[in-house]
Design a protein around this ligand. Structure first.
Ligand code: NDP
Ligand code: 8X3
Length: 257
């Protein structure tokens, strides 16, 4: 499958994995709808990509938690941009690391609303378009936290287990419409993720990646590109990707004895 002149909608393109996906797809000639809440970053990325690649970009600023705003933003696209071939459901976050007895319920709401309901809010209208056009490919960014549960990761892990379940559900429901659904589940990737999780506490965030080489956002974007460029009859259902130094959510070789 070639990506030239296709249209991809990427959520959470202002940073990390989503931004790297935008850069990799742009290099293949794919036109992009880049979305997120930080409008200045979207504009900057859109301009940079159209300067360096012969593609068109469209920026849509919305919060995936807000169903009405999400549907309005996607509905505001003109008919040419509505024909989305590829949806990358990437926007997501963890907030806090706390026991089930003392976690912050507001953090729980934000994680579930973003990581689970956000995917639903975006996928409903986009999958309807894909059904009407008779093709499409949805790539959901899950996590190793969707396969394992680690201490104090309770709600984030639950949200990513839900992404894994939703990916299976989407694949079943969209099967008859010829729409591919793939799940990509990374281990630690060095992005703004840890800083967001620890609410701007850089020192704590840096501990997450201390003493080993985590994945880079580009490693995930390259994987997404591989998934998107398989022949029409091939779907990559589910991919787990870890740094070489990470065996699972708790066992990391940090070079210490
Ligand atoms: P970043 O924090 O670097 O990027 C997160 C992106 O999500 C940003 O572009 C942010 O945009 C967007 N986003 C967050 N909340 C919302 C919202 N309510 N509405 C719209 N957009 C939102 O982290 P990553 O790139 O690492 O994270 C991307 C995905 O990868 C997430 O789903 C995460 O769970 C997953 N993941 C990350 C791993 C890691 O170790 N980094 C490992 C496994 C999975 P903005 O703030 O502008 O709205
Ligand atoms: C992010 C990876 O291990 O911090 O999904 O949950 S982890």
């Amino acid at each position: 499958m070639k990506l030239k002149n296709k249209i991809a909608l990427i959520t959470g393109a202002t940073s990390g994995i989503g931004k790297a996906c935008a850069e990799f797809l742009a290099a293949e000639g794919c036109n992009l709808i880049i979305t997120g809440r930080r409008g200045d970053r979207l504009e900057e990325l859109g301009q940079a990509l159209t300067l360096t690649h012969p593609i068109k970009t469209k920026t849509l600023r919305f919060d995936v938690r807000d169903r009405e705003a999400t549907h309005a933003a996607i509905g505001s696209l003109d008919s040419a941009w509505q024909q989305v071939d590829i949806l990358i459901n990437n926007a997501g976050l963890a907030l806090g690391l706390a026991g089930i007895h003392d976690g912050d319920p507001e953090d729980w709401d934000t994680m579930m609303d973003t990581n689970v309901k956000g995917i639903l809010n975006v996928t409903r209208p986009v999958s309807q378009t894909m059904i009407n056009q008779g093709h499409g490919h949805i790539v959901n960014i899950g996590s190793v936290a969707g396969r394992e549960v680690y201490p104090k990761g309770n709600v984030y892990c639950a949200s990513k287990h839900a992404v894994a379940a939703l990916s299976k559900g989407m694949r079943i429901d969209l099967l008859q419409h010829g729409i591919k659904v793939s799940l990509v589940s990374p281990g630690h990737v060095n992005t703004e993720f840890a800083e967001v999780r620890f609410k701007g506490d850089r020192e704590t965030a840096q501990q997450v990646y201390k003493g080993f080489q985590p994945l880079r956002p580009e490693d995930i974007a390259e994987t997404v590109l591989f998934i998107l460029t398989r022949p029409a009859h091939v779907n990559i259902d589910d991919m787990l990707i870890m740094a070489t130094s990470q065996a699972n959510t708790y066992l990391i070789n940090r070079g210490e004895d």
